[in-house]
Design a binder for this molecule. Structure first.
Ligand code: DSN
Length: 437
């Protein structure tokens, strides 16, 4: 066969293109995205992402690769590490983990052996799956012991946790979570951990952008030994991971494990895009993070005023990008998330701290994040309007199709990504590959 002439495309090709077009239109232009773990890159970061680097290999560290052809990849990887060191005020950055989970895998493997103990936040209270027996921790044979959680403060109980650390003498303690409304007690836990020689790993994936903007806790300054993170939630980079520490020994150990144990190649095109996102956060991170937290608070208050059971009222609802609802009285998390999706409001059902672990398919909660819509320029009043739309669907039982039309109309107003540099991205079209075919 000589190939297919463009005017006679095979059905499957038409279908692939059509699926991607539909996805792009729906998720990019017509929906209100409230998934707390997602974000969008700026057009500038996207221009730096879709480059020839996506096709190349660069095993090893910059200037010491196992392949030729990496001199520019080396330059950009070194530059990214330097920018991140400045932004997060840390001495060592390892950017080769290709996801937050791989960052955790690397650090857990360095800190503990099969049969050792790790203390983690309970799954229902928001621990990421990689911190648990179901994920990386279990895969490495590290024993999972849950830290005490205090429903009243919606947080890890610092005194009981310190006592438990002294008694159990774990190798590591994980902090940070995927349901993450309030800063964790890093200082108290780090002090206890130091007494027994345990290391504190802070998973900053959800709040990395807030930390960059100086609007959440600063885990390294509060005593954490090492920070793991993804780079695409409140931090608006491409999907990827990073590890940061002030300990030279930990950095060296981590760098020997990330490659060759958990990555061979580290998906090189994310390096320049992550560097662009890092620069954006250096320049606009404070303003962006502040607006995120303001929007989350306004959203929580508005949802409560509309009749939702919003967790953490007595604590001011949230200090992060997240708002958490208990929707049991409206049929549970699965039903609410499905109805909202029909109205083009994208959320996820979530376990709440008092749910049994096996309620995962129909938990009590809905987790909402404001970071992506904030990047599209939405402010407090916009989130008050979204709270009304959600009430109509979930509480009033209005036809989601009717609400969907209003969502699409409303979403049209927000077509420009904020908190980025004013650069003519068309002038960067030469970054796209291939230049000649
Ligand atoms: N599971 C993702 C989240 O939604 O929090 C993080 O990997």
């Amino acid at each position: 066969m000589d190939g297919v002439r463009p005017e006679i495309l095979p059905d499957e090709l038409e279908r692939i293109i059509s699926i991607v077009r539909q996805h792009n239109r729906w998720r990019r232009l017509e929906t209100i995205n409230l998934i707390a773990s997602e974000n969008v890159m700026s057009p500038l970061a996207e221009a730096a992402y879709l480059t020839d680097m996506m096709h190349r290999y660069a095993e090893g560290k910059p200037r010491k690769r196992y392949y030729q052809g990496t001199k520019y990849v080396d330059d950009v990887e070194i530059l990214l590490s330097e920018l991140m060191k400045r932004l997060f005020r840390v001495e060592y950055v390892e950017p080769r983990a290709i996801s937050g989970t791989i960052a955790n895998a690397t650090v857990f493997k360095v800190l503990a052996d099969h049969g050792d103990k790790a203390l983690i936040a309970p799954v229902q209270a928001g621990a990421h799956v990689s911190h648990t027996r179901y994920g990386i921790l279990g895969g490495l044979g590290i024993e999972q012991i849950e830290l005490p959680f205090d429903m009243e403060t919606f947080n890890i109980d610092p005194d009981k946790a310190a006592k438990m650390i002294r008694e159990m003498q774990p190798k590591l303690v994980t902090l940070g979570a995927s349901v993450f409304l309030f800063p964790h007690p890093v200082k108290e836990i780090s002090e206890a951990a130091r007494e027994v020689g345990a290391k504190v790993v802070y998973d900053a994936a959800h709040v990395l952008g807030l930390i960059a903007g100086g609007k959440f806790q600063d885990p390294i300054r509060e005593g954490a030994d090492i920070v793991t993170s993804s780079t695409h939630k409140t931090f608006p980079g491409p999907q990827g991971g990073v590890i940061m520490t002030n300990s030279k020994d930990l950095y060296k150990a981590v760098s020997k494990v990330v490659f060759p144990v958990f990555v061979s190649n580290h998906h090189l095109h994310r390096l320049p895009a992550t560097a662009v996102a890092t620069l954006e956060m250096m320049h606009f991170g404070s303003e962006y993070a502040e607006q995120i937290v303001r929007n989350a608070k306004a959203f929580a208050e508005a949802l409560a005023a509309e009749g939702f059971n919003v967790l953490g009222e007595h604590l001011g609802y949230t200090q992060s990008h997240q708002v958490v609802l208990d929707v049991r009285r409206h049929g549970g998390g699965a039903k609410a998330a499905t109805l909202l999706e029909e109205a083009n409001i994208i959320t996820n059902k979530n376990l709440l701290p008092y749910d049994p672990p096996d309620a995962i398919k129909d938990p009590s909660g809905l987790r909402l994040g404001v970071q992506e819509m904030t990047r599209w320029g939405m402010r407090e009043d916009d989130f008050r309007y979204i709270a009304k739309l959600m009430r109509r669907v979930v509480i009033d039982g209005e036809d989601p199709g009717r609400v969907r039309r209003e969502v699409v109309e409303f979403r049209r107003e927000y077509s420009r990504i904020h908190y980025t540099f004013d650069v003519d991205v068309d002038s960067l079209s030469d970054l796209k590959v291939p230049m000649l075919i």
